[in-house]
Design a protein around this ligand. Structure first.
Ligand code: AMP
Length: 436
């Protein structure tokens, strides 16, 4: 069979690599892909942007693609799955209505509230009904979010009510474009974040292995928020008891609630959770896709055939399949360009890829493009070096050794990815995904 992956980041390189490993797969097309997918065996890039749904549909028809997997949120929110389904094509991801869980934070918060799913207390406003006096009476820190898609940048954690008020007014003033016409203002939650990612088929849920990422730019979880500077799986914070609680209190009511509302959810569902000091999980956000960089270590551990899992989901048979995971830990370190995240410097040559290819582990590309024989930086996050090891510290060592030969001007990476997992007792105490 032929598979089409929509997207061009690290997550999509990992998806393409995982599908190309399947014995059932003859070829993987990636639209538009990056320099990493271009170099992968049995993978071919096709130069179509992720938002050109008509052209993607024509490509899938012309190439007789049997399965399409959509990586990023924009085409999902725009309705790519609905378009493919109407054309009789199999496409893994939620439809436009399901994708509102990510596309509109206001929708997601109201949905969570209606279904009694734990999340931070909130209010939503448009410029017309904004109550600045209420906001100024709130206790800081206060979290201000642009409701629409803002490429992970629309969240401001304000240290004072005045700062929050300024952020809200900037959003109404267009600082995040249309994403900021509605804002969500919510209570600040303290605790530890964990990514809980499942596959859903509208009715059943297949939880993926636990994972955790590092959002801040600098060592010690300091500096500005980014798309993610590294991630690892499993996540020791996710114990068996917590796993069961998240399934019961968050995932099951979400899938049931969407189904009851008449738009059953099929696809990857990512719940960003805050685990409070009392151990209770609350939803920070939903994404309607695999996390990036979580996808890279997760898919490095997946032993099952990803295409078979997606097909089981598309035929409502997820209750009849299991995901088989490598029992080792996987850890990915993101290598980013100078100036990331605010003013990324692009277009520089990347050296050392051939040397890294000789080492154990796997380098997934994100913001890279080929120019003749060279590979150039073309996005803020450039590569993700993934190592495996029986302990998370071994996986960390392998990942950093793999990143060692890579050079480009102003390369930024964190040196402590996995520190929380390493200081904990270790993966032996984590929820054991290999047991399922
Ligand atoms: P989001 O895109 O909603 O996940 O927000 C991005 C990041 O902002 C999250 O990963 C958290 O680190 C932080 N964040 C979002 N909402 C809250 C909250 N209510 N309390 C504390 N931190 C938050």
């Amino acid at each position: 069979m032929k598979v089409l992956i929509v997207g061009s980041g690290g997550r999509e390189h990992a998806l393409a690599w995982a599908c190309a490993r399947s014995e059932r797969v003859r070829e993987v097309l990636v639209a538009p892909g990056n320099a990493g997918t271009a170099a992968e065996a049995r993978v071919r890039n096709v130069d179509i942007p992720i938002t050109d749904i008509d052209a993607l549909l024509q490509l899938a028809r012309r190439e007789a693609v049997a399965l399409t997997i959509v990586g990023p949120e924009a085409p999902l929110v725009a309705g790519i799955v609905d378009a493919f389904q109407s054309a009789g094509l199999r496409c893994f991801g939620p439809g436009r209505l399901g994708a509102r869980l990510e596309g509109s934070k206001a929708f997601a918060k109201v949905f969570l509230q209606r279904h009694g799913i734990p999340t931070a207390a909130f209010r939503r406003f448009t410029a017309g009904d904004y109550d600045g006096a209420w906001l100024r009476a709130q206790r800081a820190p206060i979290v201000v979010k642009a409701s629409g898609l803002a490429s992970g940048k629309g969240v401001i954690i304000a240290a004072s009510a005045a700062e929050a008020d300024t952020a809200v007014r900037a959003m109404f003033g267009g600082s995040f474009g249309a994403a900021g016409t509605e804002v969500v203002i919510e209570e600040f939650l303290a605790g530890e974040e964990v990514s809980f990612i499942v596959m859903a088929d509208g009715e059943h849920v297949l939880p993926l292995a636990g994972s955790q990422d590092h959002k801040r730019l600098l060592d010690g979880d300091r500096g500005p928020n980014t798309g993610g500077m590294g991630a690892y799986s499993p996540a020791p914070v996710l114990t068996d008891a917590l796993h069961a609680r998240v399934m019961r209190e968050i995932i099951a009511p979400t899938i049931a609630g969407l189904s009851a509302a008449g738009h059953p959810y099929t696809g990857f569902l990512y719940a960003g959770l805050m685990i409070g000091p009392d151990g209770a999980p609350k939803v920070l956000e939903f994404n309607c896709r695999l996390g990036d960089p979580e996808a890279q270590p997760l898919l490095a551990r997946l032993r099952s055939d990803l295409t078979a899992l997606c097909e089981a989901a598309l035929t409502r048979r997820l209750d009849q399949v299991q995901a088989d995971w490598d029992p080792r830990s996987a850890l990915g370190v993101v290598l980013a360009v100078d100036g990331y995240p605010h003013a990324p410097r692009l277009g520089d040559p990347i050296e050392g890829l051939a040397d890294a290819a000789q080492l154990p582990g796997k380098i997934f590309h994100a913001g890279t493009r080929r120019a003749g024989t060279r590979v150039l930086t073309s996005g803020g996050r450039v590569l993700c070096a993934v190592g495996l090891g029986s302990k998370v510290s071994d996986a960390q060592r392998q990942a950093y050794a793999l990143a060692e030969p890579i050079r480009f001007p102003g390369l930024q990476c964190r040196h402590d990815i996995g520190h929380r997992a390493i200081t904990r007792a270790g993966p032996a105490l984590a929820h054991d995904d290999t047991a399922r």
